[in-house]
Design a binder for this molecule. Sequence first.
Ligand code: GLU
Length: 425
Amino acid sequence: MSFFQNTLNLIEKASKIMKLDPSAKALLSNPNKIVEVSVPIKMDDGKLKIFRGFRVQHSNLAGPYKGGIRYHQSVDMEEVKALATLMSFKCAVVGIPLGGGKGGIIVDPRQLSKGELERLTRKYTERIASFIGPEADVPAPDLNTDPQIMAWIADEYSKLTGQNTLGVVTGKPMAVGGSLGRDKATAKGGVYVLQEFMNEKKLNPKKMTVVVQGFGNAGANAARFMDELGFKVIAVSDSKGGIYCKDGIHAVKAIECKEQTGSIENCIATGGKVNYHVLKGETAKTVTNEELLELECDILVLSAMENQVTDKNASKIKAKMILELANGPITPEADEILEKKGIVVIPDILANAGGVTVSYFELVQNQANFYWSSEEVQERLKAIMINSWQRISGIQKQYKVTLRMSAFIAALVRLEEMMRLRGLI
Ligand code: GLU
């Protein structure tokens, strides 16, 4: 089943539990607008190459469409539709006045030079320019896109419109209208929620072992924050592979090592030569991504991509709880298996909503042309994440369902009210 179909099934399931108006369900199951563009660029060798790009605008009930742009060879329209839909729900979970959208280009950005990447980004911006804008649709970083790419989008859009419009995109570098704290916001938000969950269950971080799949922005920062808080991070991986050390991994050193060597799997001793002192103990080994998911641990942080835990491997997961920093990393079939095993899942639309929350702060700062201190950003992010957790935890107790269903119900309650008040249903 496709990622989009899986997402629709979740909406269906939550709708039944909270008795959603069928018209509301129909509206939320159909993205408002789907845009597909061709993105031709001159490669460095002088040859023209055509890439395909997408932008899906799922819902703007709560505010401008909002959501990242991913650059990946496996991007397709169904995936982007699913991700756009999840964004509408995510924004509703944390109660920020933004809708849901997502974009992507089918490309492996590692195969492009910096110049090609810039031309690709500028051309894509030109092709979707009439659909985006600070009041219309505001892209942001996602898989393989970063602040530099956001700066090119803001620059290209500003050129096309003749107005300096930094608020057309979020996740920008600080020097061109970025917000303090945006780069670490997804991980920070997830950790705030995890801490609330652990306080409620009276669990001690110092007694918890953690495995992190995905060592991009969200995963690497989550490993760093959890290491600082006293959790023992015993394994981490990126798309190439991972490392495991039962005594723990120094997250900051692992991040430096990945930056220097290109992959986390290069970061342990080879042939008696220690590449980098990322380990807290002597014994370490490399692990594949599949092996990493099945390691014995307390908390598994999924921060790579969708569909990582499926009906094939769910029964082999040994973690006691899962924090979903990626979007859709667990399929619905796997969800059921995990639930039967008693593994608690803190779902994506709550756990990774810190990113879009600080994107919202960035947009507010751009519009006001007035910038906040790091403390102000952190305080507001923390308050939103804790409130959202409390609301969802309350719904869970009321309906006696999983946290994922509770989060979907929390979002549906808000979205249904908006639809009713606006006269859509
Ligand atoms: N791509 C991120 C997400 O999936 C951030 C979106 C945003 O900041 O708009 O939540």
